[in-house]
Design a protein around this ligand. Structure first.
Ligand code: UDP
Length: 237
C-alpha cells in the first residue's frame, strides 16, 4: 500500500502530496475555481469530484488506445494516485471549433470550424499569464527538445481524435482543450487533467455550454453543467 506523505504543492485547483513511493504522487482535487490567471475566484460545488472522476475515466480510455498517461489508481472521490512526472512547461491547446482567445485573436466568430484541428503552444508561467509561443521558442529557450515536441504534438493530435469521437457519441462537441505532458523515466506521458475546467464542451444540438465558461463568463449554473457532463458519460458523483 502506498502511503500519503507531506503536501508538496497547492495549486489553483489541486493539491499534490508525496507518497512512500518516490515514483508516485497523490493529487487531491478542490472545488476552488479561478479564471483570468487567478483574477476571478470562486467555488463550483462538487467540481473536484467531477474533475477527478472524469479525468480518470478519460485517461483510462486513452491508455486503452495506446496513450501512456500519469493515471495509476483512483483512491477516493477526490484523490488519485499518479506517476511522478517532471511537467514540461508548455500548455498544449487543441482546437476543433473557434472559441475564447482564438476568436479574440483572429476576429473569427465563436463556432467557426477551421479546416483542420489547430494545435497551439503556450509557455506555462503564471507571472507572464501563459503567453502563446511557437516551437522555436520552446527549443531555443530549452523548454523542450525536438523529440519531446514531436511526441507531444503526435500524442495531442491522437488524443484529440479519440476524444472528439467519444464526446460526439454522447452528444457533445469537443470545442477545444488544454493538455500538459510530463517526463517520466526518459519519455513523454500525458499528465494533469482532462475535465470541464480544461475543455470546452458544447451540447451538439443546442450549443449550450457545459464547461468552465459558465463560471468565467458569469452565465450561471456551472454546477449543473459539470453534473450534466458526468451524466452524459454515465459516471457517478
Ligand atoms: N485552458 C485551460 N487552462 C488555461 C488556458 C486555457 O485549461 O490556462 C483551456 C480552456 O478551458 C479552453 C482551451 O484551453 O478549453 C482554450 O482556451 P483559450 O485559449 O480560448 O483561453 P480562454 O478563452 O479560456 O482565456
Amino acid at each position: 500500500m502506498v502511503e500519503q506523505k507531506e503536501q508538496l504543492y497547492e495549486g489553483k485547483a489541486k493539491k499534490v502530496f508525496a507518497t512512500s513511493d518516490p515514483d508516485l504522487l497523490i493529487v487531491d482535487y478542490k472545488d476552488d475555481a479561478t479564471a483570468f490567471n487567478g483574477l476571478k475566484k470562486g467555488t463550483i460545488v462538487g467540481k473536484g469530484v467531477v474533475n477527478n472522476r472524469m479525468s480518470n475515466y478519460l485517461m483510462q480510455m486513452l491508455e486503452k488506445q495506446g496513450i501512456e498517461t500519469h493515471y495509476v489508481d483512483e483512491l477516493s472521490e477526490r484523490r488519485t494516485l499518479v506517476k511522478n512526472v517532471k511537467i514540461v512547461p508548455l500548455e498544449v491547446i487543441m482546437r476543433n471549433i473557434v472559441a475564447g482567445s482564438l476568436s479574440k485573436r483572429t476576429g473569427l466568430e465563436e463556432g467557426a470550424v477551421p479546416a483542420m484541428p489547430v494545435l497551439e503552444l503556450y509557455y506555462k508561467s503564471d507571472e507572464l499569464g501563459d503567453p502563446m509561443i511557437n516551437e522555436d521558442h520552446a527549443l531555443a529557450f530549452g523548454w523542450a527538445t525536438r523529440e519531446e515536441l514531436d511526441s507531444i504534438a503526435s500524442m495531442a493530435r491522437k488524443i484529440n481524435g479519440i476524444l472528439k469521437e467519444f464526446f460526439a457519441g454522447v452528444g457533445v462537441d469537443l470545442v477545444d482543450f488544454k493538455l500538459e505532458f510530463g517526463r517520466y523515466k526518459g519519455h513523454i506521458i500525458l499528465a494533469d487533467e482532462i475535465s470541464p475546467d480544461t475543455c470546452r464542451f458544447w451540447d451538439s444540438k443546442t450549443k449550450t455550454k457545459l464547461d468552465k465558461d459558465r463560471f468565467r463568463r458569469d452565465m450561471g449554473d456551472a454546477e449543473g453543467a459539470y453534473h450534466e457532463m458526468m451524466r452524459r458519460l454515465g459516471l457517478k458523483e
